[in-house]
Design a binder for this molecule. Structure first.
Ligand code: NAD
Length: 355
């Protein structure tokens, strides 16, 4: 019912602020109170769309009808705006990455505890179908003991030409895409601690911040995860690849189902060798239907607005927030370890706690 809906103000009416307002305008649990942006052009765009425009951030905080503030500004502003909002009695959703570093995050978590206000991060890619399928495959045990997982996002347009190019605004691909893919990987490998982190950053179109990276997470029990983001890849490798002692799974692109191949006969006698210029190989010969089973997981139904539904329930103490403080901190610590490893040019040890 409309009168029970939580009122949300969106701070920053750019690309992602626009996404939030669009979803809030049709939400079953929340309604848009209005937006606030420092750029007149953005404010004018909101007015044209019939959206209420607050004069200032302070004006938002003074509006007693606002329950939740969603912060969708460049990254360096998340912490100060979030703390100010919680201190003014507002619940806060911060866009990802939650802030610039773990020191800032500690202050945000402290403010949430001190004020008793909800504080969470919009990790909307927890509702991505490709991720949900990979999570399902890992948890099913169908591949035997999983020992390798690869998650990739590759484009060819370089790093966006806005604040994302600059360090002072929290630019770079680790903070931009890495934060999603790390959060997802920790959701997939839900049962193991990370022991070591190794990362190499790319600087192909930009020197100030990374415009891509290759990040290896070494989990306990010899499980290795590779997370790769590229902005200069004119052909893409599969979105996800997972392999275990009894089979492999792959998702090619965002929109594909998950393909699974498992071994059903280890005692194959008649391997047909592959002929290469250098000679024959049986070791690397492909398998045929006599020794494998092929199956598919069909993309599940997923509704990203579950995020807002959860936040609205959590504000009333009727649900636990899905994106939790210790998870947000764990992702931040992995990103910091990645930066440290890239600087050192070597793997770094990681003190971990599953959460
Ligand atoms: P953007 O540059 O398109 O928009 C940022 C807006 O914030 C601009 O309109 C700017 O004028 C405004 N702004 C700057 N300082 C402000 C202030 N002090 N008060 C009010 N408004 C202010 O950037 P974007 O792509 O929308 O990214 C915004 C945030 O959303 C970033 O943290 C980004 O990482 C995140 N984001 C998340 C996703 C996701 O999938 N979760 C996707 C894209 C962006």
């Amino acid at each position: 019912m409309a009168q029970n809906k939580k009122k949300v103000a969106v701070i920053g009416y750019g690309g992602m602020g626009g996404w939030h307002t669009k979803h809030l305008l049709v939400s079953d649990v929340a309604e848009l109170a209005g937006i606030c942006d420092i750029a007149e052009a953005r404010r004018e765009r909101a007015r044209e769309r019939g959206i209420y425009v607050y004069k200032s951030f302070e004006d938002v905080l003074a509006d007693e009808s606002v329950d939740i503030v969603t912060i969708a500004t460049p990254n360096e502003l998340h912490m100060p705006l979030a703390i100010q909002a919680m201190e003014a009695g507002k619940n806060v959703i911060s866009e990802k990455p939650v802030c610039m570093n773990s020191g800032e995050l500690e202050k945000m978590i402290e403010a949430s505890k001190r004020t008793g206000k909800l504080f969470t991060v919009h990790q909307n890619r927890r509702w991505d179908c490709d991720y949900l399928m990979m999570k399902q495959v890992y948890a099913s045990g169908d591949l035997g003991e999983v020992f390798g997982i690869e998650s990739r996002i590759q484009g060819s347009r370089g790093i966006p030409g806005d604040w994302r190019r600059h360090k002072e605004h929290g630019g770079g691909m680790i903070l931009d895409w890495g934060v999603h893919l790390i959060d997802q990987m920790l959701g997939i490998v839900y049962d193991k601690k990370i022991k070591r982190v190794y990362c190499r950053c790319d600087h192909i179109t930009n020197y100030e911040v990374d415009d891509g990276f290759k990040l290896d997470l070494y989990f306990e029990d010899d499980v290795t995860a590779r997370i790769e983001v590229g902005t200069s890849n004119f052909m893409s490798m599969p979105r996800f690849y997972m392999t275990g002692t009894n089979g492999s799974a792959m998702i090619n692109t965002w929109t594909d189902n998950c393909k699974i191949v498992c071994c059903k006969n280890w005692d194959e006698k008649d391997v047909v060798p592959v002929v290469t210029a250098a000679g024959l190989t049986k070791t690397m010969a492909p398998r045929d239907e006599k020794t494998i089973t092929e199956s598919e997981i069909v993309r599940p139904e997923s509704d990203v607005h579950e995020f807002y539904r959860n936040v609205c329930l959590a504000v009333d103490g009727k649900a636990e927030q899905i994106v939790k403080h210790d998870q947000i901190m764990r992702v931040m610590k992995v990103m910091e370890a990645a930066f440290r490893s890239d600087e050192l040019g070597a793997p770094v040890d990681f003190e971990d706690k599953i959460c």
